[in-house]
Ligand binder design. Structure first.
Ligand code: PLP
Length: 461
C-alpha cells in the first residue's frame, strides 16, 4: 500500500469533513470516558499502511475510545469544551503552521499581542499588563515563578538568569496554591517544600490576611513572593487581593495571582468582582482551554514587568537577532518555536464578543446552582459547601451514618462508568468528595436534569 501522496489531499479533506460531522453528531450520546482503552499492539510500520488503513484505524479504534471531554456533560476537573469557532480556528493553526517566535515574516506575532490586549480589556485590567500565550496555566505559573525569582534577585543584586540562585534568599507564601503552582516551585529551583503555609479562613480556602501579615513581619528573608488564588479549584475561594496587595507593597513582595478560571467571574460582576485588586498583581495566570472554551493547549501569562520576564527568558544568539524594539515572544517564554496559540482565542473574542463569553460563563454558574439546589434538598446526598461559582462539591449521605469514604469513591466510579456524566474526586476539609465543575459552552439545563436522573439511579444506600 503506497504512502499518502500530495494528490490525496482532496480525499483527506473530504474524509476529515465526514469524520468531524459524525463525531460532533454522536458526541452528546457518546460515553463520557473510556476507562480502560484497548490498543492493539502492532509493530513499527516500515512501509506506510496508506490512507485507507489509517482512516479505518482512526474510526474503529481511536475516535470511539476518546473521552467526551469537549461535550456537555464532562464535569471533571475544570474542563472547558471547544466552541465551533475556536475549533475551526485551531484547525487553521495547523494549516498555517506559523512559528510565532519573532516578528518579521508574518502577522501572527501582531495578532498574539492584539489578543493579549483584548484579554486584558475583557477582564477590565489596566493596559500596563502585557504577556503571552503558553501551553496552559501550569506553564504560566512557571513563568510567574521565574519572573518573581528574577525580581527577588534584582532586589539582592543578583541576576538570577545569568548567575543562578545559589546566593538568593527568598521566602514564598501561599495559603492554598494549585498543585501546578507547587510543581513549578520545584521546577524553578525554589523547592516544592520551601513554601511558607499561610492559614486559610475557617471553613474556606481563602487566605487569612492577618496571618500573612504576621508571617511577612516575622520572615527576615529580603526576597518575598506571595502566591494568591482567584479562585481555588475546590472551594472557588478568592483571596482578598486588596488586603494582600497592601501587605505586599509594605514588604516589597511580589504578588502572583493564579486566576486560571476564576478571572472569568469578573465578567459577571464587573463592579463587585471577588477578584477586586487583581489590577495590583505583579503577575497573573489564566487559562484559555478552561472557561474561554478554546482547545488545548492554551494558557496566558500576564505581567506588569515585561522587562523582568524578558531578563528571565532571553538569551542572545547571532542567528536569532532581529531589529525589532518590541521583545520577541521567544524571549518572553519557555519555548523558542511556538504554535500560533493565540488564533483560537482571537477568533473566539472576535466572533462571540464579551457578551457571548459572559453568556456561557453565566449559564454555567446557573447550571452549577441547579445541581447544588437538587443536592441540598435531597435526603440521599450532602452538598458539602454552598456553590459560589461553577463548582459543586457533594457526597453520598447514608441515613443514620456519618461520612463513608469508601461509599463516596464507589459511587463516583459507578456514575462515571455509566457513561452519561463525568465527575472527578476532590477533598473538602479533609473529607473525600465528588466534584462537578461547569465550564463548557454547550451544557444546558437539560444536561443537568439528565445528570440528576443519573444520580438518582446510582443511590445504593
Ligand atoms: C487548571 C488550573 C491550573 C493548571 O492549569 P493547566 O492548564 O492544567 O496547566 C492552575 N491553577 C488553577 C487555579 C487551575 O484551575
Amino acid at each position: 500500500m503506497p504512502a499518502p501522496t500530495p494528490e490525496e489531499w482532496p480525499t483527506l479533506l473530504s474524509r476529515f469533513e465526514l469524520i468531524c460531522k459524525t463525531y460532533l453528531q454522536q458526541l452528546p450520546h457518546k460515553n463520557v470516558a473510556t476507562e480502560k482503552p484497548f490498543y492493539p499492539t502492532t509493530a513499527l510500520p516500515i512501509e506506510g499502511a496508506g490512507l485507507n488503513i489509517l482512516m479505518d484505524t482512526l474510526n474503529n479504534d481511536v475516535l470511539p475510545q476518546s473521552s467526551a471531554s469537549r461535550g456537555p456533560r464532562y464535569w471533571g476537573f475544570v474542563t472547558g469544551g471547544a466552541t465551533p469557532v475556536a475549533t475551526f480556528a485551531d484547525w487553521l493553526v495547523s494549516l498555517l503552521d506559523q512559528n510565532v517566535s519573532k516578528d518579521g515574516d508574518s502577522i501572527a506575532s501582531t495578532m498574539e499581542r492584539q489578543t493579549i490586549q483584548w484579554l486584558t480589556a475583557l477582564f477590565d485590567l489596566p493596559s500596563y499588563f502585557t504577556g503571552l500565550f503558553t501551553s496552559g496555566a501550569t506553564a504560566s505559573n512557571f513563568l510567574a515563578a521565574v519572573t518573581a525569582r528574577q525580581f527577588s534577585g534584582l532586589q539582592q543584586g543578583i541576576n538570577v538568569a545569568k548567575d543562578g540562585m545559589a546566593n538568593l534568599d527568598v521566602a514564598i507564601f501561599s495559603a492554598c496554591p494549585h498543585a501546578s503552582m507547587t510543581k513549578t516551585l520545584g521546577l524553578a529551583g525554589f523547592g516544592q517544600h520551601n513554601l511558607i503555609k499561610v492559614n486559610c479562613l475557617a471553613g474556606s480556602e481563602q487566605m487569612n490576611p492577618e496571618h500573612l501579615k504576621q508571617l511577612l513581619q516575622q520572615t527576615p528573608a529580603p526576597g518575598k513572593i506571595v502566591i494568591s488564588s482567584a479562585a481555588t479549584v475546590t472551594g472557588t475561594s478568592f483571596d482578598d487581593l486588596q488586603a494582600i496587595t497592601k501587605l505586599c507593597k509594605q514588604h516589597n513582595a511580589w504578588l502572583h495571582v493564579d486566576a486560571a478560571f476564576g478571572i472569568f467571574e469578573r465578567l459577571l460582576n464587573p463592579h463587585q468582582s471577588q477578584s477586586q485588586g487583581l489590577e495590583h498583581a505583579d503577575s497573573i495566570t489564566l487559562d484559555g482551554h478552561k472557561w474561554l472554551n478554546v482547545p488545548y493547549d492554551s494558557g496566558v501569562f500576564l505581567t506588569r514587568h515585561q522587562n523582568l520576564l524578558h531578563d528571565a527568558c532571553h538569551v542572545a544568539a547571532p542567528y536569532l537577532q532581529t531589529d525589532n524594539d518590541i521583545p520577541d515572544f521567544m524571549s518572553l517564554g519557555i519555548e523558542n518555536s511556538r504554535r500560533f496559540r493565540a488564533l483560537p482565542a482571537w477568533a473566539s473574542i472576535l466572533a462571540y464578543g464579551k457578551a457571548g463569553i459572559r453568556h456561557w460563563v453565566s449559564q454555567n454558574c446557573c447550571q452549577a446552582k441547579q445541581l447544588a439546589t437538587y443536592l441540598e434538598h435531597s435526603d440521599s446526598w450532602k452538598l458539602v459547601h454552598p456553590c459560589g461559582l461553577n463548582v459543586v462539591l457533594f457526597r453520598p449521605q447514608p441515613s443514620g451514618q456519618g461520612y463513608d469514604d469508601a461509599l463516596t469513591k464507589a459511587t463516583l466510579r459507578t456514575i462515571n462508568r455509566r457513561g452519561k456524566v463525568f465527575f472527578s474526586p476532590g477533598m473538602w476539609q479533609g473529607e473525600g468528595i465528588i466534584r462537578a465543575a461547569f465550564s463548557n459552552w454547550s451544557t444546558t439545563t437539560e444536561d443537568v436534569a439528565l445528570a440528576i436522573t443519573e444520580l438518582e439511579a446510582c443511590i445504593s444506600w
